[in-house]
Design a protein around this ligand. Structure first.
Ligand code: CP
Ligand code: NVA
Length: 301
């Protein structure tokens, strides 16, 4: 694995398996209540330019359980929020900390931070990508289905950061990804083209029923991501047919599972009966953020 986790370009197929094998072990130790303080004395800085529940809690609790500590750095309360450069912040933080997790807007900011930091930098979500989420999602699929090999994931909705990371993963691992996105809301073209270069099986359609037909996993995310609040009303109109509901679930495989990175908006991208129904695994998926995060932290720090 490289120094940083900024995107899946930093990981080989073997790296994914290494993360998940260690996650299996860490999850078991956690469930058995056994100590696993492999990062004793280590410190993670967590820079947040956007809100978070799961990412913050899982990294913070994860560091604690591994014997280290995490510092929550709301960028508004730091000098970064007052214009201190990313380069100075990176160089200086590298003298205090053992790693940095950052959630921000531009992917370029995360890359700049990693470029100037001598310590590992982890992407905790940008407008472009959300790699830690998809690592936990594929781990969840591996748990529920035994493997991700040969399975079909149907992604319904916005071609956003979560969709882009799904595409990057599908470009590296042997599973099929069918995305249904409305016109004008496609995933990043460069990421799609890069993924298409390999042996990946990625299909982009406008019809959610085409994408969901015979799928093993139905996946969705919010229609309006953080930073797009001004577009919310327009997006509600554009996306109204891109909802995971009972009719869509009926065309997937009988034993299909339903996933969502959360937070969810019931009645928008997913109906309450489906997200709270028997095929939904969203809470297990959220729990797995913790276990996967710990494996990532151990490997990088
Ligand atoms: N899924 C996810 O990243 O959730 P948070 O925004 O709560 O961190
Ligand atoms: N696409 C969403 C994901 C939240 C975890 C957002 O960026 O707001």
């Amino acid at each position: 694995m490289k120094k940083d986790l900024l995107s899946f370009a930093d990981m080989t197929a073997a790296d994914f398996e290494t993360v998940w094998r260690r996650t299996d072990r860490l999850k078991k130790l956690y469930q058995e209540g056994r100590e696993h303080a492999s990062l004793k004395g280590k410190t993670l800085g967590m820079i947040f330019d956007k809100s978070s529940t799961r990412t913050r809690i899982s990294f913070e609790v994860g560091m604690y359980q591994l014997g280290g500590i995490a510092l929550f750095l709301n960028s508004r309360d730091t000098q970064i929020g007052r214009g201190e450069t990313i380069a100075d912040s990176a160089r200086m933080m590298s003298r205090y900390l053992n790693g940095i997790m950052i959630r921000t807007f531009a992917q370029e900011s995360v890359e700049e931070l990693a470029c100037y930091a001598s310590i590992p930098v982890i992407n905790g979500l940008t407008d472009l990508l959300h790699p830690c989420q998809i690592l936990a999602d594929l781990f969840t699929i591996r748990e529920k289905k035994g493997t991700y090999e040969g399975i079909t994931v149907a992604y319904i909705g916005d071609g956003n950061n979560v969709a882009n990371s799904w595409i990057e993963a599908a470009g590296r691992l042997p599973f099929r990804l069918c995305l249904a996105c409305p016109e004008g809301y496609d995933p990043d073209r460069r990421i799609l083209d890069d993924a298409a270069c390999g042996n990946s099986e990625i299909v982009l359609t406008r019809d959610p029923f085409d994408a969901a037909a015979n799928a093993d996993v139905l996946y969705t995310d919010v229609w309006t991501s953080m930073g797009q609040e001004a577009e919310q009303q327009e997006r509600k109109k554009v996306f109204q047919n891109y909802q995971i509901n009972g009719q869509l679930l009926a065309v997937a495989k009988k034993d299909a599972i339903v996933m969502h990175c959360l937070p969810a908006h019931r009645g928008e991208e997913i109906t309450a009966d489906v997200i709270d129904g028997p095929q939904s695994v969203v809470i297990d998926e959220a729990e797995n953020r913790l276990h996967v995060q710990k494996a990532i932290l151990e490997m990088l720090l």
